[in-house]
Design a protein around this ligand. Sequence first.
Ligand SMILES: [Mn+2]
Length: 290
Amino acid sequence: MDLGADRRGVDMGPSAIRYAGLADAVEAAGHPCADRGDLPVPRPETHDGAGGEYGDRAKFLGETREVCTALADEVAETVADDSLPLVLGGDHSIAIGSMGGAARDRDLGVVWFDAHGDYNTPSTTPSGNVHGMSLAAALGVGEFAGHDWARAGIDPENVALVGIRDLDDAERDALADSDVSVYTMSDIDHRGLPAVADDAVDVATGGTDGFHASLDMDFLDPDEAPGVGTPVRGGATYREAHAAMEEVADHRDQLVSMELVEVNPILDELNRTAELGVELVASALGKRIL
Ligand SMILES: [Mn+2]
């Protein structure tokens, strides 16, 4: 999927992640792995993304709805089959489908590792890119209140953002007014990643049936993960990112689903961002040094 982002190339992310050895890494972490293939995604060249109900304030929203509706069914089916869906992106707009499917028939919490809040709406977005709106869409914020296909029925009190360091003004206000828990890079500086990630998982698992872990590779510092469309300096280090995923692994029995997004091979250096993403998924699924 790359309909939710301006910089083309992120649609090749899943291929790069597979090429980096995802299936072997998952199996080495102790889990059998079945690749369910790719979902069809419309090509931007053949669709007029500005033709939707919000025009260029939510580009390709109609096409995003199509893809996310299909993805939600796949995810729900996989969970019902007692498997863990691992969704590969692609831009972060696919999270609408991941969360929609994972929240079907259960109370779901979310831990969202990201530089950004992804909490804009068509009326607040500076770019019109849906990958900056996916969390707001799933929580039914603003105009999205009227979009049943996007709303996942997740209680904002069970949503935690980790690694945040770049918010738009209106997005910052909306998050401050919400019940979402926001852990910034500054919180990580002061308290350390393990304490922050521990709190975030508590938020997502308190009173829920389980949680979804969403890993945007721009959570990491661009020195570690250069292959992302919207890099922001001052992100998580290599060790902090592993510590975050080890925290997820410590709650593996409550992990319902996971996604790895925003790997853009065109902007990457010799596939190192995809390779790091694979390492981090393995950590989240229980790979240990000792
Ligand atoms: Mn994101």
